[in-house]
Each structure stands twice: as structure tokens, then as C-alpha cells.
Design a protein around this ligand. Structure first.
Ligand SMILES: [Zn+2]
Length: 272
């Protein structure tokens, strides 16, 4: 995964570090607590977004994500949302409601779907707000004998290339899981109005033959129904994607085990 450090993120880190150290030191002393003017705190989700997308997001102030082009976006709309509302109308803060974990797949808790809800305004701003705009950033990635289009924005295509190189170097026996992969497709999610992550060109579906999708495995079931969990994608494949900034749909309660999405903010957040 590419790690970006900008002057502003270093500054943010420097602002936060002394506050932590002071906090620990004062616990060991009997002297009266000094009144310290603390730097305004930045929500961990906003910090993760700044670290993940420094080419776009410069900083955070007063509940706003501040973009390098001078625009801004409300971080937390303050609305308490149900699971379905978070899915259809996520603000940046809602994207962190479920914390993504890396490593071997566990059977998910009811409606645990980290990353499945996306703030559409944020992703359209970065990757393009129409099929034509997204297409401008697509480059070809050599992918297990295929050439698939992927966005160069945020280093996503380079990260996908790194996944392929990693698999070939460390798990060549896993090649069969990548046959007939697909990536960019501007469309709504099956059965919903919101855009699929495939619309932004930063998502790949690997071989459907070895994949399970919650709607196919649970015919007639809807979002809030009890589902039977299935996944046949090996942990090695999933962990390889995670090493390079991707999250796996195999970890969702609404499992979509072919689906891998470039979402470094969730990986940074999980590590905070
Ligand atoms: Zn997918």
C-alpha cells in the first residue's frame, strides 16, 4: 500500500502526539493538573480519511473535511441513522460505523458490513461523478492473463498491480481464483438506488465460480433478514488484498466474496 505523508498530516500528528504524552505523564505525578490548551481533537474517521486520501483531503476543521481544491464537506451530519439509512445515505462519519478487521475471515455478526455504506458525494468527488468522468482515469492493469480497467486515482491501479505481483510471488497456486475477473461498471447496486463501488473503478470482482453472494445463496431474503453465511475464498487471497489497501466483501454479513474494494481509510481506521 502506498503510504502518503503530507506536511499537514505530519503537523496533525505532531499536534496530537504531545497531548497523549502529557496525558500519560500527569497520571504519575501528585502535582496539580496544569490547565493545558489542547489542540481541537480530530475524529479518528476524519484522521483516517486524511491519511488515506491526501491528494484530495488536506485537513479537518469544525466538522468539515477541507479539500485541496478549496471546497469542504460536512464530516458528521449529526443524524442518528438506522442500518438501512446508513447504507443509502452515509456521510463520511457513517462509513466507520463497523470497524473493518484484517486477517482470516470470521462468521460476521448480524448486519456487520464495514465499508458497504459509502458517502457517495466523497467517492464521486475523488473518482468522478459520471461514467465518462470515471473513465478518464482508468488505466489497464495486467491481471492474471487479463487486462482490466482500474482507476489511477489514489494509487488504486498501482495497488491492484501490487496484489497481482504479491499473489504470483507468494501464492501462485491461488491463480485460479482470479479467472474472469471484472472491475469498472457504472451501475446501481442490485436491488437498490445507490451506486455500486464498481462505478468508481476502484473495485474488482474475482472469479465468480468460487464466490458466494448473499442474494444468490439466500434467495428471497432482504437486507434485514437472517442470512446463512458462505465464503470459499481462501484467507491468503483476502489478506493479500488487505496488505495493499483493499477490503473484502467476504467479511460482510451481506457477503459478496468475489468483491474487493480499494478503501484504505477503513484499513487505517482499523489500526488506530
Ligand atoms: Zn463487486
Amino acid at each position: 500500500m502506498r503510504i502518503f505523508l503530507t506536511a499537514s498530516s505530519v503537523l496533525v500528528a505532531l499536534l496530537l502526539l504531545p497531548a497523549c504524552r502529557f496525558g500519560r505523564a500527569s497520571a504519575n505525578t501528585s502535582a496539580p493538573e496544569p490547565v493545558v490548551e489542547e489542540a481541537p481533537s480530530i475524529p479518528p474517521g476524519a484522521m483516517a480519511l486524511i491519511r488515506a486520501y491526501p491528494e484530495f483531503i488536506d485537513s479537518y476543521s469544525d466538522n468539515q473535511l477541507l479539500f485541496r481544491d478549496g471546497s469542504s464537506m460536512v464530516y458528521d451530519d449529526g443524524v442518528a441513522k438506522s442500518y438501512l439509512e446508513r447504507l443509502d445515505d452515509a456521510d463520511p462519519e457513517d462509513m466507520f460505523a463497523d470497524v473493518y478487521y484484517t486477517g482470516p475471515v470470521r462468521v460476521p455478526e448480524y448486519c456487520y458490513d464495514p465499508g458497504r455504506g459509502r458517502c457517495e458525494a466523497l467517492f464521486k468527488k475523488m473518482y468522478g461523478s459520471s461514467a465518462a468522468e470515471v473513465r478518464k482515469h482508468l488505466v489497464d492493469v495486467q491481471w492474471f492473463g487479463q487486462k482490466i480497467p482500474f482507476t489511477s486515482v489514489n494509487g488504486a491501479a498501482d495497488s491492484l498491480r501490487a496484489v497481482a505481483a504479491d499473489i504470483m510471488a507468494n501464492h501462485p497456486e491461488m491463480k485460479k481464483y482470479f479467472d474472469k475477473s471484472s472491475s469498472f461498471y457504472w451501475r446501481a447496486v442490485r436491488g437498490a438506488q445507490r451506486l455500486s463501488a464498481h462505478s468508481y473503478g476502484m473495485t474488482v470482482d474475482i472469479c465468480t465460480e468460487y464466490s458466494n453472494y448473499w442474494r444468490w445463496s439466500n434467495p428471497g431474503k432482504e437486507e434485514l433478514d437472517e442470512l446463512e453465511f458462505k465464503n470459499r475464498i481462501p484467507d491468503e487471497v483476502i489478506m493479500c488484498f488487505e496488505r495493499h489497501g483493499f477490503i473484502a466483501g467476504a467479511k460482510w454479513y451481506h457477503f459478496d466474496s468475489m468483491h474487493f474494494e480499494f478503501r484504505t481509510e477503513l484499513l487505517y481506521y482499523g489500526r488506530e
